[in-house]
Design a protein around this ligand. Structure first.
Ligand code: GLC
Ligand code: MG
Length: 534
């Protein structure tokens, strides 16, 4: 069995795998479960504690698995249930937790539930989805927009009503006000929990409940031309409704009926709304994903503010978490550049709160520009040319310098960048100062240090490109000093006491250095310093 007590998800580090792109084992150019099993030693070698798999369930793949047609199966593209069981067992044997992606907001339009629901107005599953009459003029029931472009309402000829889809028309939204829908999804959760799965990352959890009266959404006064069209209106009535918290509390009771499981929520909301997802008395998600670092302007002062505001807003007893990348957002190495990507790694792994790493960020993978003929993402296909495409952050893991990067023996479903000849695991493993080596060292340092895992967070005043904070526990204090700019800085804060010792630099070349009250930081350098015991 897997190790770890109640606190594993607080003390641990999560690693997100996008299964299509990690390792192909059967030569179809698409990653699969047997491939992940084969690469488990690598994941283990990073020092992470838990794996989150993006969806692996049967799916027509209109949204690459986020359109599920069977909640308790495995898509043949990814393998069989035996492959899954083998992966889960191997993960646990290696002390790794495994969490799955739960996509409860919508199914595939090919899910048998929807096939039934759309068949007639009096079908018992009619109310499992969100059906509305046309407006008086025959048009859409209201002004709600799909996140992937166009109206969120699709007219269905057979029964003369519209159904609601927050994403693709191939992803009809379930009606979470219907208790039978809830029961059906909870049963699916129990199926995986019984197998020993350690929890779920819950897809678009803030979308589950919609306004009971389906009121029109207000226009967005801050819409910026060139941004995706759905941003023209706010989602005041289509998402983040107060009743959603009762649903999440119910979901949490499902996972809490099993030992040591975790519920993580995907939530893109402003800070004060996000905090509600911890639930009343922390009965909601244990970790509502904190995406603040995904879209921030990369500067010391903005990040300082983000961390402080987040720390202050946390409800009593709530545990923080941090994310630098995922399968929906541009790669961090491209957003902030390869030099700062190393500083970002140090930030992520020294802040207070559970870090979630996105596969490939540890080898500096960047956002690949995708040629029009290679585009696979439905978002980019529906809303082309304004940079919303997500293929560029979902490219195959770069294992070695071979043409398909060691990912597959054939042409992969998405291309690899030419520079994978440099940015690959084999090459970077051989280089003791590579970003991969830095990730491993940071993870090892964090895990060996109670101050970094569970210590308090104290901001330390700094200016310009400098970001400084202290983590402290059990009489040990670590000072983290990050230079978010390209120029050298002589750091003279009183926090750098005489006799302080550098434990790690992002350049991996000055560990053990004793400081005499001043710290000379190079451009784009971050260091973890241990204060002397007094
Ligand atoms: C979430 C997923 C994204 C998907 C969408 C619809 O945001 O992360 O990949 O397209 O939900 O399921
Ligand atoms: Mg395959």
């Amino acid at each position: 069995m897997a190790q770890g007590g109640d606190n594993w998800w607080r003390d641990g580090i999560f690693y997100q795998i996008y299964p299509r792109s990690f390792q192909d084992s059967d030569g179809d150019g698409v990653g699969d479960l047997a491939g992940i099993l084969r690469r488990l030693p690598y994941v283990k070698s990073l020092g992470v504690d838990a794996i989150w798999l993006s969806p692996i369930f049967p799916s027509p793949m209109a949204d690459f698995g986020y359109d599920i047609s069977d909640y308790t199966g495995i898509d043949p593209l990814f393998g069989t249930m035996e492959d899954f069981d083998a992966l889960l067992a191997a993960a646990h044997d290696n002390g790794l937790k495994l969490i799955l992606d739960l996509v409860p907001n919508h199914t595939s339009s090919q899910h048998p539930w929807f096939v039934e629901s759309r068949s007639s107005r009096d079908n018992p599953k009619r109310d499992w989805y969100v059906w509305r009459d046309p407006a008086a003029d025959g048009g859409v029931p209201n002004n709600w927009l799909s996140e992937f472009g166009g109206s969120a309402w699709q007219f269905d000829e057979t029964t003369g009503q519209y159904y609601y889809h927050a994403f693709l028309a191939e992803q009809p939204d379930l009606n979470w006000r219907n208790p039978d829908v809830r029961a059906a999804i909870y049963d699916a959760m129990r199926f995986w929990l019984e197998k020993g799965v350690d929890g779920f990352r819950v897809d678009v959890i803030w979308h589950l409940i919609k306004d009971a009266e389906f009121r029109d959404n207000p226009p967005n006064p801050h819409y910026v031309e060139g941004r995706p069209p759905n941003e023209r209106i706010l989602t005041q009535y289509s998402t983040d409704q107060p009743e959603v918290h009762d649903v999440i509390a119910e979901m949490r009771r499902v996972t809490d009926a099993y030992r040591d499981r975790v519920l993580i929520g995907e939530i893109y909301l402003p800070l004060h709304r996000l905090m509600a997802y911890y639930g009343n008395d922390l009965t909601g998600a244990q970790m509502p994903f904190n995406f603040a670092l995904l879209s921030t302007f990369w500067s010391a002062r903005s990040i300082e503010t983000i961390v402080e505001d987040y720390e202050k807003a946390l409800p009593k007893g709530a545990w923080p978490n941090w994310v630098l990348g995922n399968h929906d957002r541009p790669r961090v190495a491209s957003r902030i550049g390869p030099e700062q990507a190393r500083v970002a790694a140090m930030l992520l792994l020294t802040l207070r709160g559970t870090p979630t790493l996105y596969y490939g960020d540890e080898i500096g993978m960047h956002q690949l520009a995708i040629a029009p003929e290679d585009v696979r993402d439905p978002f980019e296909k529906n809303v082309p040319g304004i940079g919303v495409g997500r293929d560029g952050c979902r490219t195959p893991m770069q294992w070695d310098a071979s043409p398909a990067g060691g990912f597959s023996g054939v042409r992969p479903w998405l291309p690899l960048p030419e520079d994978h000849i440099h940015w690959n695991v084999a090459n970077l493993e051989a280089d003791s100062r590579s970003i991969l080596s830095l990730y491993r060292r940071l993870i090892a340092l964090r895990k060996a240090s109670p101050a970094l895992v569970a210590g308090d967070y104290h901001p330390i005043a700094a200016q310009g490109d400098l970001l400084v904070y202290r983590r402290e526990a059990e009489g040990t204090a670590m000072i983290i000093v990050l230079n978010l700019g390209p120029d050298p800085i002589a750091v003279t804060t009183s926090a750098i006491r005489f006799g302080s010792e550098i434990l790690l630099s992002t350049f991996l070349d000055r560990e053990g250095e004793r400081l005499e009250g001043v710290l000379d930081l190079r451009g784009n350098e971050g260091v973890v310093v241990m204060q002397p015991h007094i």
